[in-house]
Design a protein around this ligand. Structure first.
Ligand SMILES: [Fe+2]
Length: 248
């Protein structure tokens, strides 16, 4: 399926949504929205095919006490699963996200391997503890998650209003079926993924959009180290850049 066709499918699906209603819910939930069914069926079918091409490229990682799972970085995903990259890059999808969030969203720079990536939960106990998706950029960072496959009892658990003074937090948890959509401001939604059970698996696509893609070099380094240690490995994060270093 061409990028153009994927964009058309998304434009049609988005056209059928009650955008004003979704925007109101997004604002009311302190910049968080969950839609159990979003991705059009033909695109979902392309994604399912793409998963087979990505499975051999999952990089496993483990942060004691916090996180266990696997990931595929943007460059690998881009080469092996163009139908996933096409949704990230779709103009119709970006327009929708701008309207939903009311924020002047743009893409992350090419150096950010996290801008569109795959999370793989495939072994018992795979999970991630409660955290914010902190923005290392000068602008705000919005996280978009789209379900790819879910044969699991894992839940996306969240706590709303943790940064709203005087408002008691509200907890929730949702299953993330294929094609579901999650959109939130990474600095405001406190969230986790509950542990995978035996014989289960769960794959999610994560995307990142920002209101200002500039980042100071120290934070760039912190962000890269986090990606290397917790997600994609040093070779994937720093490999290409080290080759570009001038000879001494
Ligand atoms: Fe997160």
């Amino acid at each position: 399926m061409t990028n153009h066709r994927i964009d058309d499918e998304l434009r049609r699906a988005i056209g059928a949504l009650d955008l004003a209603g979704l925007r109101a819910r997004f604002v009311e939930q302190d910049e968080f929205l969950f839609l159990p069914a979003f991705l059009p069926a033909p695109v979902r079918a392309e994604w399912t095919k793409a998963l087979a091409a990505l499975r051999p490229h999952v990089h496993r990682n483990f942060v004691p006490g916090h996180k266990k799972g696997g990931s595929v970085d943007f460059d690998t995903l881009s080469r092996r699963a163009p139908a996933i990259r096409a949704v990230y890059a779709s103009p119709a999808f970006l327009d929708f996200l701008r309207a939903l969030t009311g924020a002047p969203l743009g893409y992350c720079p090419e150096s950010d391997l996290h801008r569109c990536a795959l999370y793989a939960y495939t072994e018992p106990g795979d999970r991630i503890g409660f955290h914010y998706d902190r923005s290392y950029y000068r602008g705000r960072r919005y996280t978009v998650l789209i379900g790819l496959l879910d044969r699991s009892s894992s839940r996306l658990a969240y706590r709303l209003y943790t940064k709203v003074p005087g408002r008691p937090p509200v907890e929730g948890a949702v299953a993330t079926p294929p094609g579901c959509l999650v959109v939130f401001n990474g600095d405001r939604l406190y969230h986790a993924v509950t542990p995978l059970g035996a014989g289960e698996e769960r794959f999610m696509v994560t995307m990142e959009y920002v209101t200002d893609a500039r980042m100071n070099p120290v934070l760039r380094f912190v962000s890269d180290m986090k990606d290397a240690l917790a997600y994609f490995g040093f070779r994937n994060v720093f490999g290409g850049r080290l080759r570009l270093a001038p000879p001494r």
